[in-house]
Design a protein around this ligand. Structure first.
Ligand code: ADP
Ligand code: ASP
Ligand code: MG
Length: 443
């Protein structure tokens, strides 16, 4: 079985939904088809939520009317038959009456916001399923809220998904196509929740791992993982093959094509992930598996909004246990550390979640001295084959970066990653300089 995920732009127009219908029925592999919300819908729903939080009901209602009008046009163009159009209208009536009912709940809390934002995927999947019915395709819509769950730390419970799908899938053995929602799930209180922005990729990988799929395919609007961020750098090109580790680093460090955690479940169960372009289905895309090509430099990604903390030991040189004490504090406040640099008496770390930074620094201050943190930093992550006997890797990176101030360096954590910390204002310059220095010279 395959798991195929289609992102917002891939379902964002009626003609795109029509081409997805062709893509998923071209061969006879049984597929779970994971859909995102139509492009723009998640942002539009969050904007409605913002108006409701600000108690601006008139504004919220105007935004709901505009969104409803968008969906009216969409279904009018998508369905060809009067039965199809009626089925589409019934879906809109039901979901939009729920959306409108949220406007009367005061105060509008995070719980309601999560119910509201889930409507994007609830709408897209029902609209698509009704379209498959109109087209005479035997498919079923499996509600993600019945098998996707996160725990108290917001971590997906893949064993729960595995167990639930083992119960649910055999009931639909006669269906070649199983449609479900990306992004949405329930939390331990049974409420509607989600896997954070871009989370549909993660849903696809969690399902793929849970059912030990033959392959996970992520269909989007670009022909695979590019060697650099195409939104910032010109002359980027698709990378044909990546290992799980390489792809995980790129996703975690900001390659927007994949949700940061996408690779984890696929790697855990050894399920290959193929990135494909809905607009150009015959393009080979990127295959993420155990194999990789031999180039030294593979790709670069950047993660913004990073804070660097500079910690000095007040005690003495040669103190052991100092690092443990520091990292226990980050663990206690559930704050992941991304980069680390150490000297004899100091440790610099970076974090991207600053929610608990005050408590962390208060506790560190009891046995360390802290310098003023640096905010608005960017981690530039360079991925490739950097085995210890590959000489000259660092030289080429530093040469390319010769005009850009570097705040921290991490090299040797794995053989596939070299990370640099720069101020956010140098991000575009750094990505372009590295593209010129590491790729364009020999591509
Ligand atoms: P979807 O809606 O299908 O999930 P996204 O917008 O989340 O699509 O991801 C695809 C986008 O990711 C591309 O259009 C591209 O602009 C951006 N992107 C950022 N970095 C990369 C990269 N290294 N390779 C490919 N695309 C990237
Ligand atoms: N619709 C959600 C978002 O826009 C999830 C996704 O597209 O992956 O973030
Ligand atoms: Mg995405």
């Amino acid at each position: 079985m395959h798991v195929w995920k289609f992102g917002g732009t891939s379902v964002g127009k009626p003609e795109r939904m029509q081409s997805i219908r062709n893509l998923i029925t071209e061969d006879d592999t049984r597929k779970i088809v994971v859909l995102s919300a139509l492009s723009g819908s998640t942002n539009a729903l969050l904007a409605i939520g913002e108006s409701l939080k600000a108690n601006n009901d008139a504004d919220a209602n105007a935004k709901i009317d505009a969104l409803k009008a968008h969906y009216d046009t969409f279904i009018d163009e998508l369905y060809k038959t009067s039965e199809g159009k009626a089925a589409g209208q019934a879906i809109l009536d039901s979901e939009f009456s729920f959306i409108r009912s949220l406007t009367s709940i005061k105060p509008f809390t995070l719980k309601q916001e999560k119910e509201l934002v889930a409507e994007g995927e609830l709408l897209s999947t029902q609209i698509f399923q009704a379209y498959l019915v109109e087209e005479g395709i035997t498919s079923v819509l499996l509600p993600a809220l019945e098998f996707m769950r996160i725990d108290a730390d917001n971590e997906p419970e893949i064993q729960y998904t595995e167990q639930k799908l083992a119960e649910m899938l055999p009931q639909h053995d006669d269906k070649q196509i199983i449609v479900t929602q990306g992004f949405i799930c329930r939390n331990p209180r049974g409420e509607v929740d989600n896997l954070k922005r871009g989370g549909s990729d993660y849903t696809a990988s969690l399902i793929g791992g849970a059912i030990r799929a033959e392959e996970i395919q992520i269909w989007t609007d670009i022909d695979g993982m590019h060697n650099n961020d195409p939104r910032i750098v010109k002359n980027t090109f698709p990378v044909r093959e990546l290992t799980f580790d390489e792809a995980a680093e790129l996703a975690y460090f900001g390659a927007k094509i994949l949700h940061p955690s996408t690779i984890t479940p696929a790697r855990m169960f050894g399920v290959p992930v193929r990135l494909k372009n809905t607009m150009e289905p015959s393009a080979p895309g990127t295959l993420i598996a155990d194999r990789t090509s031999s180039e030294v430099f593979k790709a670069i990604a950047a993660k913004d909004g990073i804070t660097a903390l500079y910690i000095h030991s007040t005690r003495m040189l040669n103190a052991y246990g100092f690092l443990r004490r520091i990292f226990e504090i980050f663990e206690k406040y559930k704050t992941p550390v991304d980069m680390i640099a150490t000297s004899e008496v100091s440790v610099s770390v970076t974090i991207d979640n600053t929610e608990r930074v005050q408590e962390i620094t208060d506790e560190l201050n009891t046995f360390c001295t802290l310098e003023e943190p640096d905010c608005d930093q960017t981690i530039i992550c360079i991925v490739g084959n950097f085995s210890a006997d590959n000489e000259g890797v660092a030289l080429r990176v530093f040469n390319a970066m010769k005009n850009i101030p570097i705040r921290m360096v991490s090299y040797g954590g794995t053989e596939s990653n070299l990370s640099l910390l720069v101020h956010g204002k140098y991000k575009a310059d750094a990505l372009n300089a590295l593209n010129d220095g590491l790729f364009l010279a020999n591509h």
